[in-house]
Write a protein that binds this ligand. Structure first.
Ligand SMILES: [Zn+2]
Length: 309
């Protein structure tokens, strides 16, 4: 930028900073309003009552999103919010992981694994840590643990259990979300004490309230379209993460030119047919921002990363 343009644009800085802060408030920096379960740092527990909401103009009541979130060889975070396999497309990061895995660097591939998340519209019934959220609609991003509880509630395995309707506005079952630090797993977040109400209830008493809830919901098909990166952008991020700036990798066995070659030689559609990759850990308890140990550090690093771009 030349000095004259710099002088002219100086008044825009306030606006830019305020906008950036507005976005930061959502937690993931993508402009959506997410709800997060607050964990009591001393007790290591958190609880709330939420209701999963039905789809709004989309086929499913959730969006399934794959992402990558790891520290690159240069020590900076590499964040790919939408791994292209989210859209059934080939992903450079997954491809590079495949090469790592096949060359015996399993730990590294696992660290850079594709993470699975589910995004729901929820209605907050009770939020003891943040009562101002009660009666409002948010997006809620969570991992396979909660998703599995939802599917299990609809297909009970034991005698005497009735299938539940987690997404029904009128005769649905509230979800009692409970998280605790699980000492047996190094303090990772565990949701195993969560449960659905036995009794079905309506989410609101009047049509006006129901309509308000409906209007506040997000169309999850539209949600998925936001933040989709081009393959070229992902290639750039991945190349930066797998090799340091000098083009020589310190921790991987690959130099930058080799990574470039790998990406060229990897057939673009090789992952379409593969839903589960060997380094995927579908049963991982939560994404890193939900694990209590890593929460603050990761969020901070994430925003630092965004700010440095
Ligand atoms: Zn990927």
């Amino acid at each position: 930028m030349g000095f004259e343009s710099f002088r002219k644009s100086r008044m825009n800085f306030n606006e830019t900073v305020l906008k950036a802060q507005e976005k930061k408030g959502t937690g993931y920096g993508d402009g959506y309003d997410y709800w997060k379960l607050e964990v009591d740092k001393e007790k290591g527990t958190g609880s709330a009552v939420i209701r999963f909401l039905p789809p709004k103009d989309s086929e499913l009541p959730y969006a399934k999103v794959y992402s990558h979130f790891f520290k690159g060889d240069d020590g900076r975070w590499c964040v790919i919010d939408r791994c292209p396999t989210t859209y059934g497309e080939q992903c450079s990061c997954c491809s590079a992981n495949s090469t790592l895995w096949n060359s015996g660097q399993e730990d590294k591939a696992r660290n850079r694994k594709r993470r699975t998340n589910y995004v729901f519209n929820i209605f907050v019934v009770k939020d003891p840590a943040n009562p101002e959220n009660e009666g409002k609609v948010f997006l809620y991003k969570t991992g396979p643990a909660i998703f599995n509880m939802i599917t299990e509630s609809m297909t009970p395995q034991f005698d005497g259990e009735e299938p539940k309707k987690p997404f029904d506005l009128f005769e649905g079952h509230n979800f009692n979300l409970r998280v605790r630090a699980d000492a047996s797993r190094g303090g990772l977040a565990s949701y195993d004490k969560s449960f659905f109400d036995d009794r079905a209830t309506d989410v609101a008493k009047s049509d006006a309230e129901l309509e308000k809830i409906y209007n506040a919901m997000t169309n999850l098909d539209e949600y998925l379209k936001v933040g989709k990166l081009s393959n070229a952008d992902i290639d750039k991020k991945v190349a930066a993460a797998y090799c340091n700036s000098a083009g020589v990798s310190v921790q991987t066995a690959f130099a930058k030119s080799e990574v470039d070659e790998m990406m060229k030689s990897e057939p673009r559609d090789s992952y379409k047919a593969m839903d589960k990759l060997p380094w995927d850990e579908e049963d991982s308890p939560a994404m890193p921002s939900e694990s209590m140990n890593a929460d603050e550090e990761d969020t901070l690093a994430y925003f630092k990363k965004l700010a440095s771009e």
